[in-house]
Ligand binder design. Structure first.
Ligand code: ATP
Length: 387
């Protein structure tokens, strides 16, 4: 697994320092016993997370190695049931490892089969789609709960909670109980509560999935700001989240990592069908022939230098990657229309040899079974190695 440079200290530090005097700490959750100069609890320094998580499930084994540099955000994506939540619950100490080890910096939390650190003593918080606030406590009390349990004096914990509520955009909600808050507001309180607990690692399990698009976008941008510099593993089904929040993207399929790399690279050159679906691009598998990609009657040319280099090895297995919206009907390979799917911007024409997304007017006369011709402009096609 590759581990790129941490890469974002600039945006991290300034904001984190402003957020409450982030400074060094002795280890997970021991942090926070030293108050900063303004009397508030400091956040601990960003931590490295190193893990090999092996958990046996009914149909397959989740076996994922993870190596997050301090302050790095890694997005984890994959189909439903691939093992993403299992990975997060194992990191959070809620699912025991069958094999492997989890360490934050040099501190080994779990080592199967014997060593196991309780969830509240790991310095790792898990934020899921359900805010799970204590219903009988006010927003302020919810946020102050972790620090209070860790022995922080009440007045300091309350002031810190108000600070966090302000930072997540809820300056005047301290007195309200969860039932008096919208879903989006509850999720903001949950973020404030998670961060007030001074985690060294934050785990996000689709925290935006239950929210409407506008609220999700607001909270996504708030998370990006507030989690800057905090080591984060974010499970999401949304490539927009991955692109907005993460440095690296891990694709998990049936419990294994099938691709790992910087987010734009994985989205631009998906190595598998699942990764292509996630990236919202089409991926056709064929072979190199005289510098082109061929697959049955289809021939695609690319102007991309890396693609041309790959296609120069005659017979090499290649995947052609393109956006359906870039494909054109009218000339090129002959294909049969399988079905038509309306999209917000037009119609997806699914053919036996590929897909094109065209304006509704262009597809108005088309029916399943029709013969069409289609192609993708060479400057819109990229070839990636296929196995
Ligand atoms: N507590 C459990 N005990 C046994 N098997 C489980 C348990 N939780 C999940 N599984 C199984 O483990 C596999 C992985 O599930 P997991 O919830 O980790 O997937 P996921 O990628 O998070 O899916 P989704 O995106 O739908 O949340 C699935 O086959 C699931 O049925």
């Amino acid at each position: 697994m590759t581990t790129p440079d941490a890469g974002k200290p600039g945006r991290d530090r300034r904001d984190a320092d402003e957020a409450g005097g982030r400074r060094g700490s002795p280890g997970p959750r021991d942090a926070g016993t030293t108050a900063s100069r303004d009397g508030r609890m400091p956040l601990p320094d960003a931590a490295a997370l190193r893990a090999r998580v092996v958990v046996r499930r009914r149909d397959f084994t989740v076996d994922v190695a993870l190596d997050a540099t301090p302050g790095e955000t890694i997005a984890v994506m994959g189909r439903s049931g691939a093992g993403k939540s299992t990975l997060l619950t194992a990191l959070a100490g809620l699912t025991p490892l069958d094999k492997g080890e989890i360490a934050v910096d040099a501190h080994v939390l779990d080592r199967a089969p014997r060593l196991r650190t309780a969830p509240m003593h790991r310095g790792i918080v898990l934020l899921s789609q359900d805010a799970r606030l204590f219903p009988h406590l006010t927003a302020r009390e919810n946020v102050a709960f972790g620090p209070r349990s860790a022995g922080v004096p009440a007045s300091m914990a309350r002031a810190d909670a108000d600070d966090w509520l302000r930072r997540v955009g809820l300056p005047d909600t301290g007195e309200r109980r969860p039932a008096q808050l919208s879903g989006g507001e509850q999720q903001r309180v949950a973020v404030a509560r998670a961060l007030a607990a001074q985690p060294r690692v934050v785990l996000l399990d689709e925290p935006l999935v239950a929210l409407d698009a506008v609220t999700a976008s607001e909270i996504r941008s708030m998370l990006r700001d507030r989690l800057a510099g905090v080591t984060t593993i974010a499970v999401t089904h949304d490539a927009v989240d991955a692109a907005a929040l993460a440095d690296r993207l891990l694709i998990v399929e049936r419990g294994r990592v099938t691709q790992d790399g910087p987010v734009p690279e994985v989205l631009a050159a998906p190595a598998t069908e699942v990764a292509a679906k996630i990236a919202g691009v089409e991926r056709l598998v064929g072979a190199a022939q005289r510098g082109d990609f061929v697959r049955e009657g289809l021939r695609l040319t690319s102007t991309d230098a890396a693609s041309l280099a790959l296609a120069s090895t005659e017979g090499r297995a290649l995947a052609a990657v393109f956006r359906a919206a870039d494909a054109r009907l009218g000339e090129g390979a002959t294909a049969t229309v399988s079905h038509l799917e309306p999209t917000p911007t037009g119609v997806r024409v699914v053919m036996d040899s590929g897909v094109a997304e065209v304006p509704a007017a262009e597809a108005a006369a088309l029916r399943p079974g029709d013969t069409v011709r289609w192609s993708v402009p060479p400057d819109r096609v990229r070839f990636v190695a296929a196995s």
